[in-house]
Design a protein around this ligand. Structure first.
Ligand code: PGA
Length: 247
C-alpha cells in the first residue's frame, strides 16, 4: 500500500516575523487538503510564534545538537526546540554537511537525540554531481543512509529525504527514472537496516520541486512526498505542491 504523502517546507535562512502570515496561509491550505501531511521548518527564531499561531500545523526545526545541554555556543538542544513548539527536525541537510562539516556519525547521533526527546526526524542524503557523473550515486547514498541511520528507527518518527545536491536550488531535477531507481535502492537499504516496518518509512524527494513538476515526481514509485526549499516560501508557490500531494 502506498504511504500517505508528506510535504515539508525547508525555509533555510529565510523568514522574519513578517513572513508568519505566509505560514498561516500555508497552514490554512494544509488544513483543507486532508489527503497529505504538511509541515514547515522555519528558521528557529520563528518556531515559537509559528507554532503558537498555528497549533494544528506541524512546525519543525532545520537542525539540532545531539547533546542535552552544555558548552556548545550557538547550538540548540532537542528540548529547546520541543519547548519552542517544533515536533520534528530536518537533519543532515547537504548544506549542513558541506558548510558545517556534519558527518554521518553526527547525523546519526542527532537523530537518536531527537527520538529520545519524542520528536520526529527527517534525515537527508544525496550525491553530488561529480558522484553521479562517476556512476557512484547509489553507492554514495546508500552508504550515507546506513552510516547516518539511528538505532531504534521506526516509521512513526523517521523519514528519509533523498536530495541530489546538484538539484537543490538549481532548477534542475533528475529524470524520473533516476528518482525511481534511487528511491527503490533506499527502500531496499531500509529493509536491510530495519527489517519489518521499513515499507512504512516515508522517502521524500527534494531538489527544485515546484508546482509544475510535483505531480510527476510524486507519482514515482517509492516517492512518498517532498522536501521543498524555494517553492515553500509562499502559499502561492507551495499550495500547488500540497494539492498535488493530497489528490
Ligand atoms: P530547493 O531546496 O527546493 O530550493 O531546491 C530543497 C532543499 O534543499 O531541501
Amino acid at each position: 500500500m502506498a504511504n500517505r504523502k508528506y510535504i515539508v517546507g525547508n525555509w533555510k535562512m529565510n523568514g522574519l516575523h513578517a513572513q508568519l502570515t505566509d505560514i498561516a496561509d500555508i497552514a490554512a491550505i494544509a488544513a483543507n487538503q486532508k489527503g497529505a501531511d504538511v509541515g514547515i521548518c522555519p528558521p528557529v527564531t520563528l518556531i515559537a510564534a509559528a507554532a503558537e499561531a498555528n497549533p494544528d500545523f506541524a512546525i519543525g526545526a532545520q537542525d539540532c545538537h545531539s547533546s542535552e545541554s552544555g558548552a556548545h555556543t550557538g547550538c540548540l538542544s532537542t528540548a529547546m526546540l520541543k519547548e519552542a513548539g517544533a515536533s520534528y527536525s530536518i537533519l543532515g541537510h547537504s548544506e549542513r554537511r558541506a558548510d558545517q562539516q556534519e558527518s554521518d556519525a553526527d547525523v546519526k547521533a542527532k537523530a537518536e537525540s531527537v527520538h529520545a526527546a519524542g520528536l520526529g526526524a527527517i534525515i537527508c542524503v544525496g550525491e553530488t554531481e561529480e558522484e553521479r557523473d562517476a556512476g557512484q550515486a547509489i553507492d554514495i547514498v546508500t552508504v550515507q543512509l546506513a552510516r547516518s541511520f539511528p538505532a531504534g528507527a521506526s516509521a512513526d518518527w523517521l523519514t528519509i529525504a533523498y536530495e541530489p545536491v546538484w538539484a537543490i536550488g538549481t532548477g534542475r531535477v533528475p529524470e524520473t527514472s533516476d528518482v525511481a531507481e534511487m528511491h527503490a535502492a533506499i527502500r531496499a537499504k531500509l529493509a536491510e537496516l530495519m527489517g519489518q516496518g521499513s515499507d512504512a518509512v516515508r522517502i521524500l524527494y527534494g531538489g527544485s520541486m515546484n508546482g509544475n513538476n510535483a505531480e510527476e515526481l510524486l507519482a514515482v514509485p517509492n516517492v512518498d512526498g517532498g522536501l521543498v526549499g524555494g517553492a515553500s516560501l509562499t502559499a502561492a508557490k507551495f499550495g500547488p505542491i500540497i494539492e498535488a500531494a493530497a489528490t
